[in-house]
Design a binder for this molecule. Structure first.
Ligand SMILES: Cc1cc2nc3c(=O)[nH]c(=O)nc-3n(C[C@H](O)[C@H](O)[C@H](O)COP(=O)(O)OP(=O)(O)OC[C@H]3O[C@@H](n4cnc5c(N)ncnc54)[C@H](O)[C@@H]3O)c2cc1C
Length: 385
C-alpha cells in the first residue's frame, strides 16, 4: 500500500502550490519541510514580492494572469488580502521595453508608454533621466508574500494535505511501485516525490546522481520607511545585459504598513545550506540607497530593515518543472530553479507540477533537456526574465 500519491520535498511556494493543486485533484499528498515553510533562510520568506504581467515571453504573461486569478480565489476563500495591485512602471533599454509592450498587448492586457506628465501623475516622486522612456501596466504591484504562502499552506491542509515541519528528507529510493522517502523521523511510501527544495535541490539531486545546472545565490532587499509611497506603482529598471557589473537592474514595490521595498535584481555567490541567518551586506545597501537618492531625490530614504535570502539561478533564468526520466521516470518530479522570479506565480506553479505528472513531461520552456540548460548557471547573473 502506498500511503501517498505524492510527497513534496520542500514547502516553499513551489511545494505548497503543488500540494494545493494535487489535493484538489483528489490525490493523497504530504509536504515535508526541513526548516518550516517560509523560514527566514528559505527563498519564499518575507513580507512581499513583486508581481507583474509584463514579461517578454507569452508563457510568463499568461502564467501571471492565471496567478492573479488564483491569488484572488485564495483571497475570497480565506478573507485575507494577498495582492496589492498598484501597477508597475518599467524603465530600461528600449528593445526590452518594446518587447514587454508587445507581449502584454498580445495577451490583450493594458500597457502604455508614459509621457512626462502621465508619469508625474502616476509616480510624482520618480525622477526620469533626459530622454528616458517608461511603460506602465496596471496588472502588477505587490504580493503580500507571507500572507500568500500561509494562505496557500492552509488551503492545502484544509483540502487534506499532510504538512510535516520541521522535518528533513535525507534520502529518496526507488521501489517497485513508487518511491520511499526517508526523513529524520519516518519512512514514507509514495507514488512519486516532487523535488521542491529550492536552493537545496541541487545538492539533494546530486546525491541521487541527478545533475542540474543550478546556482544558489544570496539576494538582498531593503524596506524603506516611506509611508507616502505605499500606494505608488511597482518599478523595474532593466539593464542591458552586461551593463552595471553584477548589480544588474533594480526593482521596487510598495509594501502596505511599511513603505517601499527596493533591491538589485542580482544575487551574490557564497550560499551555504547550513547557514541559519544571513546578515545584511551594508555596502550593497549603501549602493542601493545611492540609486534611490538619484531616482527619488525628494524622498528621505529611511531604512526600516535590510534582509538577505537565497534564490536559485538556472543558466537561462527559466524554472525547471519536469519529470526526471531515465530510471526515475515520472516517480521524481523537478519543481525548482526559481531563478529569482517565481513567487508571484504562486498557486499557478501547482498547475505546472500537476501537468508534468499528467503528461509525463513539463512545459517545453521548463523541461530538463531544453537547450537553455546546456551551460553552467551563474549565482551572480541578473534576472533577465
Ligand atoms: C531576495 C529575494 C527577492 C525576490 N523577489 C521576488 C519578486 O519580487 N517576485 C517574485 O516573483 N519572486 C521573487 N523572488 C523569488 C521567489 O521568492 C522564489 O522564486 C521562490 O520563493 C522560490 O521558492 P521555492 O519553493 O523554490 O524555494 P524555498 O522557498 O526555498 O522552499 C524550499 C523549501 O525546501 C525545504 N527543504 C530544503 N531541504 C530540504 C530537505 N532535505 N527536506 C525537506 N525540506 C527541505 C526548505 O526548508 C524550504 O522551505 C525573490 C527571491 C529572493 C530571495
Amino acid at each position: 500500500m502506498r500511503a501517498f500519491d505524492a510527497v513534496f520535498i520542500g514547502g516553499g511556494i513551489f511545494g505548497m502550490a503543488g500540494a494545493w493543486e494535487l489535493v484538489r485533484r483528489g490525490q493523497r499528498v504530504a509536504v515535508i519541510d526541513r526548516l518550516g515553510s517560509g523560514h527566514p533562510v528559505t527563498s519564499s520568506t518575507g513580507a512581499s514580492r513583486s508581481i507583474r504581467v509584463a514579461y517578454d515571453h507569452p508563457f510568463y504573461v499568461n502564467l501571471a494572469l492565471e496567478a492573479i486569478s488564483l491569488w484572488r480565489l485564495l483571497e475570497e476563500q480565506s478573507g485575507h488580502r494577498i495582492l496589492h495591485l498598484t501597477g508597475q512602471i518599467d524603465l530600461g533599454p528600449e528593445a526590452k521595453l518594446q518587447s514587454l509592450l508587445d507581449q502584454v498587448q498580445a495577451a490583450g492586457c493594458d500597457i502604455d508608454w508614459l509621457d512626462a506628465s502621465a508619469l508625474a501623475d502616476r509616480f510624482p516622486e520618480l525622477h526620469l533621466l533626459p530622454g528616458e522612456g517608461a511603460l506602465f501596466h496596471p496588472q502588477a504591484g505587490t504580493v503580500l508574500a507571507d500572507v500568500g504562502l500561509n494562505t496557500l499552506a492552509l488551503a492545502a491542509a484544509e483540502a487534506g494535505a499532510e504538512i510535516h515541519e520541521p522535518e528533513r528528507v535525507n534520502d529518496i529510493e526507488l521501489t517497485s511501485v513508487g518511491v520511499r522517502i526517508v526523513t529524520n523521523r519516518r519512512v514514507l511510501e509514495a507514488g512519486r516525490a516532487v523535488m521542491a527544495a529550492g536552493p537545496w535541490s541541487g545538492e539533494l539531486l546530486g546525491r541521487l546522481g541527478i545533475k542540474l545546472p543550478l546556482a544558489p545565490a544570496v539576494a538582498q532587499v531593503t524596506f524603506l520607511d516611506t509611508p507616502n509611497l505605499t500606494e505608488r506603482p511597482g518599478l523595474a529598471e532593466w539593464q542591458a545585459v552586461g551593463e552595471n557589473g553584477a548589480d544588474g537592474g533594480l526593482y521596487g514595490h510598495p509594501v502596505p504598513g511599511i513603505g517601499y521595498k527596493i533591491a538589485f535584481d542580482a544575487g551574490q555567490s557564497g550560499w551555504d545550506g547550513e547557514v541559519t541567518d544571513w546578515a545584511p551586506d551594508l555596502d550593497e545597501e549603501r549602493r542601493l540607497l545611492d540609486w534611490f537618492h538619484a531616482r527619488f531625490p525628494a524622498v528621505p530614504a529611511k531604512v526600516a530593515r535590510t534582509q538577505r535570502h537565497p534564490w536559485t539561478m538556472t543558466p537561462d533564468a527559466d524554472f525547471i518543472v519536469d519529470t526526471v526520466g531515465g530510471a526515475w521516470g515520472d516517480r521524481l518530479i523537478l519543481a525548482c530553479g526559481c531563478s529569482g522570479h517565481a513567487f508571484k506565480f504562486g498557486p499557478a506553479l501547482g498547475r505546472l507540477v500537476a501537468e508534468a505528472i499528467d503528461l509525463g513531461r513539463g512545459s517545453a520552456l521548463l523541461r530538463r533537456d531544453r537547450p537553455g540548460l546546456g551551460s553552467t548557471a551563474s549565482a551572480t547573473a541578473p534576472i533577465t526574465r
